[in-house]
Design a protein around this ligand. Structure first.
Ligand SMILES: Nc1nc2c(ncn2[C@@H]2O[C@H](COP(=O)(O)OP(=O)(O)OP(=O)(O)O)[C@@H](O)[C@H]2O)c(=O)[nH]1
Ligand SMILES: [Mg+2]
Length: 273
């Protein structure tokens, strides 16, 4: 483990009380639930999956929504959809904050609900900030659930009526109590699944850029922190770089797509395009 890995390992663990409670509540509600809609960030579907949820969901009907399609590499997202299909799971790639894009989910959800008599209850689950509440709003065609560009916005389970026969439940984002590898940690921090105050952005940017250089065999055009800071004027008096603020801005720029559409994981276990 490098010094950078050690630094990252200490900062990116986050499992607050509301998640513990939400996990317990989801478990209690699950007996009422027919369909589970799992919202996963298309840029990191492996790190963004939650094995604890897998266990709880069991054999229930399941629909996977790959959010942030607009920020992920399109070919990699296509490969993920095919990979889920090979494992008998339906995955739909969407731009969660675009109502028209989310309407693709409605068709699949309605088909799943039609498989059973009477009304259906669906719960929307996933990691913090993955886009769950945006998906709910897109399906309802109104701003019913609160959304914000930070992790941990939704704190409570909440029901919404989608149609006379389908009820939807929004839920707080749930991380695993201990995020597996340092690689998953920086990826989850970079895509916004962990609140900004829980990690050192300088470490996250360092890891991201080191990974990008290795993947592209040194040919990436994405700037490192130093070049980014200089280009955007994050300098202190005396010519020193203001690393912390530059790194925060770097993470924001990544999530605004300023470096292009970048997937961090591919289904074959390699690094995304
Ligand atoms: N670019 C882009 N932004 C998205 C997409 N989906 C959601 N967002 C944005 O991501 C942020 C988080 O979305 P939310 O819907 O609040 O996420 P959430 O999963 O409910 O978050 P928590 O309740 O905090 O767990 C918001 O600023 C959304 O506008 C997407 O597909 N693409
Ligand atoms: Mg939410």
């Amino acid at each position: 483990m490098t010094q950078h890995d050690a630094a990252l390992n200490k900062v990116v663990q986050w499992y607050p009380g509301h998640m513990v409670r939400a996990m317990r509540k989801i478990g209690e509600y699950l007996k009422l639930i027919d369909i589970v809609v799992e919202v996963i960030d298309a840029r990191a579907p492996r790190s963004d999956a939650n094995p604890m949820l897998d266990e709880m969901i069991g054999a229930r009907k399941r629909l996977i929504v790959l959010s942030r399609h607009d920020l992920a590499d399109p070919a990699t997202t296509k490969a993920w959809v095919a990979d889920f299909a090979a494992r008998n799971r339906t995955a739909i790639a969407v731009e969660g904050h675009q109502q028209q894009s989310v309407s693709k989910i409605l068709h699949a959800l309605t088909a799943l609900a039609a498989e059973q008599k009477g009304s259906s209850r669906a719960i929307v689950v996933g990691l913090p900030n993955s886009g769950k509440s945006s998906v709910i709003n897109g399906l309802l065609r109104r701003s019913a659930a609160r959304t914000e560009d930070r992790a941990g916005v939704t704190r409570q389970l909440q029901w919404f009526r989608l149609s006379p026969t389908i009820e939807l439940m929004d839920s707080p984002g749930i991380l695993v109590p201990k995020i597996g590898t340092p690689e998953s940690q920086w990826k989850l921090a970079l895509i916004g699944a962990v609140p900004r105050e829980r990690y050192d952005p300088v470490e996250v940017v360092f890891h991201f850029h080191r990974w990008l250089v290795a993947r592209s065999k040194g040919r990436t055009t994405v700037p490192d922190l130093d070049a980014f800071a200089r280009a955007r004027g994050f300098m202190r008096r005396g010519g020193e770089i203001d690393e912390h603020n530059a790194a925060q801005s770097y993470v924001r720029a990544f999530n605004e797509g300023a470096f292009g559409r970048i997937s961090l994981e591919t289904p074959d276990g390699g690094s995304g395009a």
